[in-house]
Design a protein around this ligand. Structure first.
Ligand SMILES: [Zn+2]
Length: 328
C-alpha cells in the first residue's frame, strides 16, 4: 500500500515538474515527511473554490495522502500562508527526524541534498555575522562579500566589468518555509542599502509561515535568470540587463528581488500581444484567478515590502512584473 502510494507520488511528481520546476531538489526528502505534517498544514485551510490547483500543491498533497485524494480538485488546499506561523518550528523537528528515514522510492532515492539542506546542517557562521536572531526564530544574518562568495559569483552574477563594488553588496542567510511547510535556510546577495530591509521582511515572512519555493543564488543557475525563475527561485542580485532590453536591471545593483517567480510571472505586451515569463507560468498571468503563492495587495510579502518603501512590479502600467519588488 505504501509502495503503491509512493509510485503514484512519483507519477505526480513527474507531471508536476513538467509544469513547475519548483521543489525538484527537495522532492525525495519531502516525500519522506510523515503524513501528519501535511495534515497539520491543512488545519484551518481555506479552499478558494477555484479548483485551480498548482502543480506544487498537487504534489504536496500527494506526498502525505492517497492518489485518490490528490485527484480530487475539491480537496482543501493549504491555508493562507499567514495562518501557519506557529507550525513552522514543530515541522522543523519532524523534518530533521524524517531525513534519516531509510525508506525511499527509486524515483527520489538519488535526490541529493539541496543547497538549502546543506546549509541547514552548517553551524551558524557567527564570525561573519553582523546581525542575527535567536536560532528558534530562524537564521537571519548578513555579511560582507567574502573571498569564498566572490569565487562563487565571479564571472557569473558578478561578471567582468561589473560596476558594482563588492563593498556595496551583502550576503544574507535567510530562513524561510518552503511549499511543503519545511523550514530551510537560503542565500541572497543584495545591495547593502536594502540588507536590513530584507532581513526584517524575511524574518516576518518566516514568523508568519509564508511559503517560498526556494532562495538560491542565481549563480546556481549559471546566472541565467530565465532558468532561475522557471525553477521558481527567489533571488536578488544579478548583474544583468532587463529582459528584452539593453538597460541595466535593478537586480544588477542588488536593489530588486523576485519572489516565487513561477507563480508571479513577468508579463509584457509587445506589439499588442502578450509575453509571459517564465515559460510554463502562463496560467498564473491571469490574476483574476485564485491560486497558491499569488502576490497581490492582500499578500503579506506585498504589505511588508510596501511598508519598507519598495515598489511592486504588479503596480506597473506598461508591463506587469508580479514577482518583483525594488527600492531606490
Ligand atoms: Zn525582478
Amino acid at each position: 500500500m505504501k509502495r503503491k502510494s509512493m509510485i503514484a507520488v512519483g507519477v505526480l511528481l513527474a507531471a508536476g515538474l513538467a509544469l513547475a520546476g519548483c521543489e525538484d531538489g527537495e522532492a525525495g526528502e519531502a516525500v519522506k515527511e510523515p503524513a501528519m505534517v501535511l495534515e497539520d498544514e491543512n488545519d484551518g485551510a481555506t479552499d478558494d473554490g477555484s479548483g485551480l490547483m498548482a502543480a506544487g500543491e498537487a504534489k504536496a498533497e500527494a506526498e502525505g495522502e492517497t492518489l485518490e485524494e490528490t485527484e480530487n480538485e475539491e480537496a482543501p488546499e493549504e491555508g493562507e500562508e499567514e495562518t501557519e506561523s506557529e507550525e513552522a518550528p514543530v515541522e522543523s523537528e519532524e523534518e530533521t527526524e524524517s531525513e534519516e528515514a531509510p525508506e525511499e522510492s527509486e524515483e527520489e532515492a538519488e535526490s541529493e541534498e539541496s543547497p538549502e539542506e546543506a546549509l541547514e546542517e552548517e553551524p551558524a557562521q557567527t564570525d561573519t555575522e553582523e546581525k542575527s536572531v535567536d536560532a528558534s526564530a530562524g537564521v537571519f544574518t548578513k555579511s560582507e562579500i567574502t573571498d569564498d562568495i566572490k569565487q562563487r559569483i565571479n564571472g557569473i552574477s558578478y561578471p567582468a566589468g561589473c560596476t558594482v563594488p563588492y563593498e556595496d553588496l551583502r550576503y544574507l542567510r535567510i530562513s524561510y518555509v518552503d511549499y511543503s511547510g519545511t523550514p530551510r535556510v537560503g542565500e541572497l546577495i543584495c545591495n547593502k542599502s536594502i540588507a536590513d530591509d530584507l532581513l526584517d521582511i524575511f524574518s516576518q515572512l518566516y514568523a508568519a509561515g509564508y511559503q517560498i519555493c526556494k532562495i538560491r543564488l542565481v549563480d546556481e543557475y549559471g546566472g541565467d535568470d530565465t532558468l532561475s525563475i522557471t525553477d521558481d527561485n527567489t533571488s536578488c542580485f544579478n548583474y544583468r540587463v532587463v529582459e528584452g532590453t539593453t538597460k541595466l536591471s535593478k537586480h544588477a545593483l542588488g536593489l530588486a528581488i523576485d519572489i516565487n517567480p513561477f507563480y508571479n510571472p513577468y508579463v509584457t505586451y509587445p506589439n499588442g500581444g502578450i509575453r509571459i515569463s517564465p515559460p510554463g507560468s502562463e496560467l498564473y498571468a491571469d490574476r483574476s484567478q485564485n491560486f497558491p503563492h499569488k502576490i497581490d495587495k492582500n499578500d503579506l510579502a506585498y504589505k511588508l515590502f510596501k511598508a519598507h518603501g519598495f515598489t511592486w512590479g504588479g503596480d506597473w502600467k506598461t508591463l506587469k512584473d508580479y514577482q518583483h519588488f525594488q527600492k531606490g
